[in-house]
Design a protein around this ligand. Structure first.
Ligand code: PLP
Length: 404
């Protein structure tokens, strides 16, 4: 069956909640993808910042196959070895205290909110009424009702109101707007150190430090969402480590499982000691041996190949090449981002047109909010592949000149 037939069948049977690019991917190798018609693509999207190891990493796939042969699922009523190993890796990389594994990023956010609420409840009692949340404009935390409640795009939220009450939105990187919202009912502040879906917007260091100070002063829980910007993408295990601002709760997902659906929220010692206890939270699949074997394998490959160091070093080259494109095309008004999480800001031309044109050139790139072309390649991407990306993107941008 060729691509068009798969597309037709998908549209016949799958609920239409995505406007998909008309490409059917069949297999991957390294940083390359191949469609059902055999066309090759260079991938600078990594399944939206998921496939950190690229495709077909031998160590990773061998670990998954081994685990399938042994045991894929056992309930959380029992212990399993990969769970202990994955949690140890995540806790040690983050310097936090205890991890809870979920099935997605969204569920990690749900768990983080519940842990923050439970902490406030434990400390102040239900009569204390400390349950409000401060989130950021342009943030993205997921689509379930809790995660959506703290997502900073009104059009995503509106059709599903009423959502969780007591959520207020501050302006990202505007500390006064945060201070204005903090009161005795504030339970937690949630933010991304580098906003992803919102348009690849890094936090300013002074802003993050001041948010941390406000949280400390008022015993407010700081939740940092590392689902997109975490796991090496910024040249640090977690983006907050670049800023030296440590959260009370961190969420992770996407690259954490290298393509297997898994997320996590990780608590510091204070929260671990006085928030969720047996009976408060649970999940059937979360932390099962299969996904945890994937998490462990991801960490092993990161460590053996020093992927965090590779990103730190190679990202400078990526930034330089992207800056060259910005100086070449008038409709590119700037570049922003950290490490392998980069955005080209479009002005007067649609970034989505550039993404479509790039696809025709055999390059997979995606967009983000604010008319931004988002580049979140596998973390194993090499300099010669960055050159190839720029050549393909240049061709695509020439097409945009004509459209524009
Ligand atoms: N938080 C951030 C920062 C994200 O980028 C995403 C997804 O894009 C989510 C949360 C939701 O994660 P998931 O799609 O795995 O539920």
């Amino acid at each position: 069956m060729k691509s068009q037939e798969w597309i037709n069948k998908t549209e016949d049977y799958v609920l239409h909640t995505y406007n998909r690019f008309p490409v059917v991917f069949e297999r991957g190798s390294g940083c390359r993808l191949y469609d059902a018609d055999g066309k090759e693509y260079l991938d600078f999207s990594a399944g939206i910042a998921v496939n950190a190891l690229g495709y077909g990493n031998e160590k990773y796939t061998a670990a998954l196959k081994d685990q399938i042969d042994q045991l894929t699922h056992i309930s959380n009523l029992f212990y399993n070895e990969p769970l202990a190993e994955a949690a140890e890796k995540l806790v040690k990389a983050s310097g936090l205290s205890k991890a809870f594994f979920t099935n997605s990023g969204t569920e990690a956010i749900e768990g983080a909110i519940k842990a923050a609420r439970k902490y406030a409840w434990t400390k102040n009692g239900s009569s204390g009424g400390r349950s409000d949340l401060i989130a950021m404009e342009h943030s993205f935390h997921g689509r379930s009702l809790g995660a959506l409640s703290v997502t900073g795009t009104k059009s995503y939220r509106d059709p599903f109101e009423p959502l969780v009450p007591g959520v207020k939105f501050a302006k990202f990187n505007d500390i006064d707007s945060v201070k204005e919202l903090v009161d005795e009912k504030t339970c937690a502040i949630i933010l991304e150190a580098v906003q992803g879906e919102g348009g690849i917007i890094p936090a300013e260091e002074a802003f993050l430090r001041e948010v941390r100070r406000i949280c400390d002063e008022n015993d407010i829980v700081l939740i940092m969402d590392e689902i997109q910007c975490g796991m090496g993408r910024t040249g640090f295990w977690f983006a907050w480590q670049k800023y030296g601002v440590k959260p009370d709760i961190m969420t992770a997902a996407k690259a954490l499982g290298g393509g297997v659906p898994v997320g996590a929220f990780v608590l510091n010692e204070k929260l671990a000691q006085s928030s969720l206890v047996p009976g408060d939270h649970g999940t059937t699949y979360g932390g099962n041996p299969f996904v945890c074997a994937a998490v462990k394998a991801v960490f092993d490959v990161f460590e053996e190949e020093d992927l965090v160091g590779h990103v730190k070093e190679t990202a400078l080259y990526l930034e330089q090449k992207l800056d060259e494109l910005v100086s070449e095309y008038v409709f590119l008004s700037g570049r922003r981002g950290i490490g392998f999480m980069q955005g080209l800001v479009f002005d007067g031309v649609k970034a989505s047109d550039a993404a479509s044109a790039a696809l025709k050139e055999g390059l997979v790139v995606i967009t983000a909010g604010g008319n931004v072309l988002r580049l979140v390649p596998p973390l194993v991407i090499r300099k010669d592949e960055i050159d190839e990306m720029c050549a393909k993107l240049s061709k695509a941008l020439e097409t945009c000149c004509k459209i524009g």
